[in-house]
Ligand binder design. Structure first.
Ligand code: OOG
Ligand code: MG
Length: 283
């Protein structure tokens, strides 16, 4: 596994081991492997904290980074990031007090109008999000919303399909971070608008399943303004020696709580100005 770790990850692990002497490199790699295997096998697993009750959020991020390196070694590609727990409804649902981030890989992207296969996932849920696509690199630690808005190519409506790899969708903060914040699939809408031409905080969304409205919200639910979610991401990435790159996608986090979906469902998220995103779930 060591060959899979870059210098940066090795350094964090070394530092943590000096200060906390907690999980070893092999144990961290084992946690990353378990999350990947559960995803591939479409089978849920026990929380990592059952085995490692002292698991920290920082260790969760190291596991997430190792997980990324393992997927990249298999030929996958990171195409952006997804923020977690940026709205009150999501924080309440996740039992989380602070925002977190995960990574988006190319295989997670569902082309518009492509159905989601229920059997590919363990217990999928869907949530509406506003997504930024960047045209310039951004690095922390002192990011501002204005810089984010100017560095953004466009925003689009989106649906995220999350699928925790833990039994019953139950986890602690460090577990969720280690498991890539439940990232599974996502679908982007086709209307692209500069965030400078929208009142993102006032932008409303209504999500329905099989014609019945299930959740409502506005962009302001996401940290007061979705650009602040990108600010938080860029500043967190700085802490781990990374930056947001031109062309990358940032899903700013569920505006509303997520909803369980099943085969046969038709989910529509209707966003003001940005239009609808429609997801059909098949067997
Ligand atoms: C974690 C996913 C969090 C969001 O938008 O807040 C997330 C979960 O709810 O399992 O994607
Ligand atoms: Mg989400």
């Amino acid at each position: 596994m060591a060959a899979c770790l870059d210098n940066f990850t090795a350094k964090i692990i070394a530092e943590r081991r000096e200060t906390m002497a907690k999980l070893t490199k092999d144990q961290l790699s084992e946690c990353a492997r378990l999350s990947i295997e559960a995803e591939h096998a479409v089978r849920s697993m026990p929380q990592l904290v059952e085995k490692y009750p002292e698991l920290t959020r920082e260790e969760g991020y190291v596991i997430q980074k190792i997980r990324e390196q393992m997927l990249v070694a298999k030929g996958h590609k990171v195409i952006g990031y997804k923020m977690g727990a940026t709205s009150m409804e999501k924080r309440r649902q996740m039992g989380s007090t602070m925002p977190s981030f995960g990574r988006l890989f190319e295989y997670m992207m569902l082309e518009e109008n492509r159905p989601l296969r229920r059997q590919d996932l363990i217990h999928p849920k869907v949530e509406p999000e506003i997504t930024f696509v960047m045209k310039e690199d951004l690095s922390g630690p002192n990011m501002t919303s204005a810089e984010v808005m100017h560095a953004t190519d466009y925003v689009v409506a989106s649906l995220e399909i999350i699928d925790s790899r833990y039994h019953g969708f139950k986890f602690t903060g460090p577990d969720a971070v280690a498991d890539n914040i439940s990232g599974a699939r996502f679908m982007l809408g086709s209307v692209k608008i500069s965030p400078l031409d929208l009142d993102l905080e006032l932008l409303g969304v209504r999500m329905s399943i099989n014609g019945e409205d299930v959740t409502f919200g506005t962009g302001a639910a996401v940290l007061g303004h979705p650009a602040r979610s990108v600010v938080a991401l860029v500043n967190m990435l700085y802490n781990s020696g990374e930056k947001l790159k031109a062309g990358q996608i940032v899903m700013t986090g569920g505006i509303t709580a997520s909803q369980l979906i099943k085969a046969g469902d038709k989910v529509v998220a209707e966003f003001a100005s940005l239009g609808p995103v429609t997801l059909e779930v098949i067997d």
